[in-house]
Write a protein of this length. Structure first.
Length: 132
């Protein structure tokens, strides 16, 4: 049984119990399951397959947990980028991880745009790059 299957079972068993609390945000297990499933369907729709790498550049937040779960649900590989990374370090990790998708938190959008202008990102993902 993989992580996603375990979480799926817990979400069914405790559907109406609170799963995540972050400030004013309170999400039940059912809500987390629904939101992660929606994101997983989106990933599949844009061509993310089992074994593909999906990078997350985001601070710890409730959305981060949903992203991890969604990536696990489709069998993709999670590449987490530490929130303390600087431009050159971020570029190095992205180029070497061969991430097909990069999810960027608001806090890091400008850094990613700067990296793309100053240091082109290379790899397979560039051909399938989609700006959302």
């Amino acid at each position: 049984m993989n992580v996603a299957a375990n979480v799926e079972k817990i979400c069914r068993d405790y559907a109406d119990k609170v799963c995540i609390v972050e400030g004013a945000h309170r999400l039940t297990f059912r809500q987390v399951e629904e939101r992660a499933s929606q994101l997983a369907r989106y990933f599949v729709g844009i061509g993310v397959n089992p074994g593909d790498r999906v990078a997350i550049f985001q601070v710890n937040c409730f959305q981060f947990a949903e992203m991890v779960y969604a990536i696990e649900k489709i069998g993709a590989i999670i590449v987490t980028l530490n929130f303390r990374l600087k431009g050159e370090e971020t570029k190095y990790i992205l180029n070497n991880s061969e991430a097909k998708v990069l999810i960027v938190g608001d806090r890091y959008v400008e850094m990613i745009h700067s990296i793309r202008r100053t240091y082109p990102l290379y790899g397979k993902r560039q051909a399938g790059y989609r700006e959302l």
